[in-house]
Every structure is written in C-alpha cells, then in structure tokens.
Design a protein around this ligand. Structure first.
Ligand SMILES: *[C@@H]1O[C@H](CO)[C@@H](O)[C@H](O)[C@H]1NC(C)=O
Ligand SMILES: *[C@@H]1O[C@H](CO)[C@@H](O)[C@H](O)[C@H]1NC(C)=O
Length: 414
C-alpha cells in the first residue's frame, strides 16, 4: 500500500477513534485568584478554564459574577470565606445568612461542592484567629444542615505545608507540636462531616530556600534517580509526592489514616526577584506541564497509589496586585489578556488527524470547538491549547498509532 494513502486511512480511523473513545483525563483543578485590576470578565474566563481541561475551580471568595458566569457549565466550585470573616462566622445566624446568599442562591446551576473557611489560618500564629477556625467551620456546616445542603456541600479549611514540623523523609511526617491540639479538633470535624483535608504545597519554596542542596530535577518532575525512604523502602522521584505522603503520615500518626487529602494549591512562578532562585518560565513550564501530565495518569503517591490526586494548580492568572516578592504576582498559567504566560510544551493534535475541533473535553465529553481567547491580538492557539491533559493523552495515543502504522507500512513494503 502506498505510504501516503496508508497514512490517510490511518488518519481517518484515528479521527473516528478519537470521537468514539475519548481519552479520559483525571479531573484537574485550578485556582482562580483575582487580586488584580486587569483580568478578563468571568464570561471570558469560562473558555480559558475549559481549554486547559480543568473541571474544578477554587475561588478565594464567592464572587457572584464568577459563579453566575459558570452556571450550567458543569464546572465544580470550591468557594472561600476569607480569614477576615472567621470571627463573624462564629455566629450561626451570620453564617446561615452568608450561606444563603453566597451558596444556596447559585445552586444547582453552579455546582458548588465545598466551602473553605479560612486560608492557612494556623500558620499565622494568631491565637484569636486560630481559635475562631473550628467554631466558624461548625457554624457554616450547621447552616448547610439547616438549609438541607450538607449532603452536596462540604466544609473545610486550607492549610500551609508549614503546619508540618518534619516532612522528610515522608515516613517521618509530623505536625508542629504546638498545633496538634487545634488540628485534632478540626480533623475530628472532617471525619464527622466527610470533608477533605486541604493542603497548599509548594516544592518551589523548598528549592528557593536551598537551591544548592535540593536537586532541581527532583522538584520539577524531571527524570532523576529519586530517593528511597529508609523506613518504608518507598521510592520517590518527585518532591510533591514526598510532601503529600508526609501529610498522610502526619495524619496517620494522629489516628486519621483514611482522611482524604486534596492539594488545594501547588504551582511554580515564571518570574521572581533576583534572590528567588528557580523562578523562570522554563522551570514553571516543566513544573506545571509535568504535573498536568502526571495528573492525567490517574495514579496516586507511593503511599497511596490508588488514591486520586486531587490537585488545584495555582494559578489561572498572574495577579498584578498581590503584595510580596515578584514571584507572588507571576504564578499564572495565563496572562491577564488570556494568552498563555509561557508554553507548556505539549502541542495540540488538532491537525494530526485532519480534524479541526479536538480540544480537551471535560468529563470525557469530546470535541468542543477550539475556544478563542478573549481580546487577544497576539494569541497563539498552539500555546493556548498546550496544557489540556486530554489533548496530551490524545497526542500520545496518536503518536502510538502513527508509529504502529509506520512499522506496519514498512513491513508491508518489505
Ligand atoms: C509561627 O511559629 C512557628 C513555631 O514557633 C515559627 O517557626 C514560625 O516562623 C512562626 N510563623 C510566623 C509567620 O510568625
Ligand atoms: C477550521 O476551523 C476554522 C475556525 O473555526 C474554520 O473557519 C475552518 O473552516 C475549519 N477548517 C476545516 C477544514 O474544517
């Protein structure tokens, strides 16, 4: 058979297979922070979220404009109650009013599944704030019970990884001793109400703090020898997994072996100050690109190989009004104009099989049209599509089939 013709038929078969057997992507979460004065309107953000195959979004508040824009899109939401609300939310009546206005009013059109009360509260070392955490979580949960929403919406809080006293090796993972009492109460709350434990984990901080000792490839999910935990003999080839397993071990040591752990933030900045070693577009591309590929593989960590990795990448956009070092304003996968902050290095398959319409469908629903970024004179659709895990899956699949066709053609010609 003539090679060209063979390829042509192979392409047609491929297009059909892609239609019939869309490759399932592990559901990816993304943090949608809005500390900026130049972001696109929420309506224009919907196609951006879809283009990366994200099916879950975490907000830091309960912005009604965002929640309305995402109505009937199937995208799941975690909404936030900022630390400034904790004291007020101790009052059950105020908590109920907040839930009614900010959560109930959007259901069921917008799929709000979780409320996180307070962000990294315990690591502020502010006793009065810490003491309000559990009462606030309880009031919000009681409000959900009263409104008949507690089966569909859970209540949690997000912790910084620095609630751990030790995180390495993973088997030695333990919480800071001064936080154990306070944490134990919230852990018991999670167990009773069935809500997940949220942790923000940034291997970037470990690298930035110690670039001479920490191996960059280990942190960026690049090929490397990895390390073996001497107590468990488990092999780790990336730092994030080691950090997650340290959290599992810390929880287990307090008797909470079964609590689900979600990574509510992780990411890598594409720019930083001079003393922020490692904050470059190339490293950000490796960290986030490799992480997204890993998520599409549907395997857990060495300690929990069968658990889903519930990861929310930080963040959707660069946020120009965030205080702190330059890195803080440069975690985005996208610039405010909707174009990619950098290429994630995984190209779209849309032309490989002669089809014009494959992009990462959500929930295995294939083939929505390629979205056009909002107001983007300089956008490149290749970069734009570059980080859909579903697209990546297809790309590998397409590659495999094309390779098989090549071998077959060779054999036939021979
Ligand atoms: C909080 O306290 C811990 C333990 O004493 C300390 O290591 C940490 O630096 C403190 N954090 C802040 C933000 O002050
Ligand atoms: C590809 O998509 C573009 C934009 O939607 C459309 O204008 C064009 O006709 C399509 N080409 C093919 C071959 O379907």
């Amino acid at each position: 058979m003539e090679f060209h013709r063979f390829l042509f038929y192979a392409s047609i078969i491929l297009s059909i297979s892609v239609y019939l057997f869309p490759i399932m992507a592990n559901s990816m979460g993304i943090n949608y922070g809005q500390i900026a004065d130049n972001l696109p309107s929420p309506e224009d953000v919907v196609p951006i979220v879809k283009s990366i195959g994200a099916t879950k979004v975490k907000l830091y508040d309960a912005d009604p404009k965002v929640l309305k824009a995402f109505a009937n899109t199937g995208v799941e939401f975690i909404v936030g109650l900022g630390n400034e609300y904790l004291d007020k939310m101790r009052d059950p009546a105020k908590a109920q009013a907040w839930v009614k206005q900010n959560v109930q009013s959007h259901l069921p059109a917008t799929k709000i599944t979780c409320i996180f009360v307070g962000n990294e509260v315990l690591t502020f070392n502010d006793t009065s704030l810490s003491n309000s955490l559990l009462p606030a979580m309880q009031s919000v949960h009681t409000a959900l019970v009263n409104l008949g929403l507690d089966k569909q919406v859970t209540v949690t809080t997000a912790h910084s990884l620095s609630i751990l006293e030790t995180s390495y090796p993973p088997s030695s993972g333990a919480f800071r001793e001064d936080l154990v009492d306070c944490l134990s109460e919230t852990l018991s709350f999670h167990q009773k109400t069935g809500s997940p434990f949220l942790i923000n984990a940034y291997p970037f901080f470990a690298y930035k703090g110690n670039p001479k000792q920490v191996q960059l490839d280990f942190v960026l999910f690049q090929p490397n020898q990895g390390v073996i935990d001497p107590a468990t003999n488990l092999h780790y080839d990336n730092m994030l997994y080691a950090q997650i397993d340290a959290v599992y071990n810390a929880l287990a040591s307090l008797g909470y072996k079964k609590l689900p752990v979600h990574i509510s933030e992780t990411g890598w900045p594409s720019k930083g100050d001079e003393d922020e070693v490692g904050a470059t577009p190339d490293n950000a591309k490796k960290y986030n690109g490799n992480l997204i590929k890993l998520m599409s593989k549907k395997t857990g960590t060495p300690m929990r190989p069968n658990s889903d990795l519930n990861i929310y990448v930080f963040a959707l956009f660069n946020e120009n009004m965030k205080p702190g070092p330059t890195s803080e304003r440069n975690y985005g996968l996208f610039k405010p104009d909707g174009t990619p902050a950098y290429s994630l290095g995984i190209s779209s398959t849309s032309n490989v099989a002669g089809s014009n319409t494959t992009t990462g469908g959500t929930n295995g629903k294939p083939l929505s049209p390629i979205p056009t970024p909002p107001s983007t004179p300089t956008s490149s659709s290749t970069g734009y599509l570059s980080i859909s895990p579903a697209t990546q899956g297809r790309y590998e699949f397409v590659g495999t089939v094309l390779l098989a066709s090549l071998i077959l053609t060779k054999m036939l010609l021979w």
